[in-house]
Design a protein around this ligand. Structure first.
Ligand SMILES: [Zn+2]
Length: 258
């Protein structure tokens, strides 16, 4: 008899992206079959967001949306989309604001512009009491992030930082989300960090269509693959897969209020 997969949540996927949207119903079905009961869909522009709102109508208990312009794109389209996204955020059409943040590794947008939009989205999130999904890449980006007001509720998505940075996030009451990067052969440093982090502050995610886990390297990622992230955390921490799934599911439900 096939064992029922443990229930889990993909806390960060881009299922309305060009790579995934054409097959989105099949992809959601595969996720549900793998025990992924809910998916937090991260929307980064108007097209993906309109698709996300439509999906949420069709899957009211499975698909939840967030919206914001990513730090990569704020210089190009942050301004033109801000009021449109702010309207939706104020109407609570989303469960969180994001992904927003600072990416100094690629620096597709100027640092000052990234900081300006992070500030504006933080203010917006605070004004409507929604949590924030944060993307942060680069040691200087973390230093700058920690200079922002600490009273927001946030998750550090796709965490790849060090233990000191992780602890600074935890001190602020933030959650830390672990992606398929943790499954890569070369990621032993990240796994050492994960070992030290309390399970009751961790979320799991795929960041689909990016970052397929080790066994699927090079493929288009999808939410069903979040299972491999949960398995890696279980091995690293020496605890059961059932516990990892149960606790991270509860964490995601609490954080996003879903
Ligand atoms: Zn993302």
């Amino acid at each position: 008899m096939k064992k029922e997969p443990f229930v889990k949540i993909d806390s960060h996927a881009h299922i309305t992206s060009e790579e995934l949207y054409p097959d989105v119903d099949v992809i959601i079905k595969r996720a549900l079959d793998a025990g992924v009961s809910k998916i937090v869909n991260i929307n980064t522009d108007r097209l993906t967001f309109d698709r996300g709102l439509d999906l949420q109508k069709r899957y009211p208990d499975q698909i939840f949306n967030t919206v914001a312009t990513t730090p990569h794109d704020v210089e190009k389209e942050g301004e033109e989309n801000f009021s449109y996204f702010a309207e939706a955020i104020k109407k609570k059409q989303v469960v969180a604001v994001g992904e927003v943040g600072l990416d100094y590794t690629y620096e597709h947008s100027k640092k000052d512009v990234q900081k300006e939009f992070l500030n504006r989205y933080f203010d917006l999130a605070l004004s409507v009491d929604l949590p924030v999904v944060i993307h942060c890449r680069g040691d200087d980006a973390f230093s700058d992030l920690f200079t922002f007001p600490q009273n927001i509720r946030a998750v550090l998505h796709c965490f790849t930082g060090n233990l000191i940075q992780a602890q600074a996030c935890l001190e602020r009451g933030w959650y830390i989300s672990i992606s398929g990067i943790a499954t890569f052969k070369k990621s032993s440093g990240l796994r050492d960090v994960i070992k030290e982090l309390p399970l009751n502050r961790l979320l799991i995610e795929t960041d689909s269509p990016y970052l397929a886990p080790q066994s699927k390297r090079g493929q288009i990622n999808e939410p069903a693959n979040v299972c491999e992230v949960a398995e890696t955390i279980a091995i690293v921490k020496g605890i059961s897969l059932e516990e990892v799934c149960a606790v991270t599911t509860q964490n995601a439900c609490d954080f996003f209020n879903i």
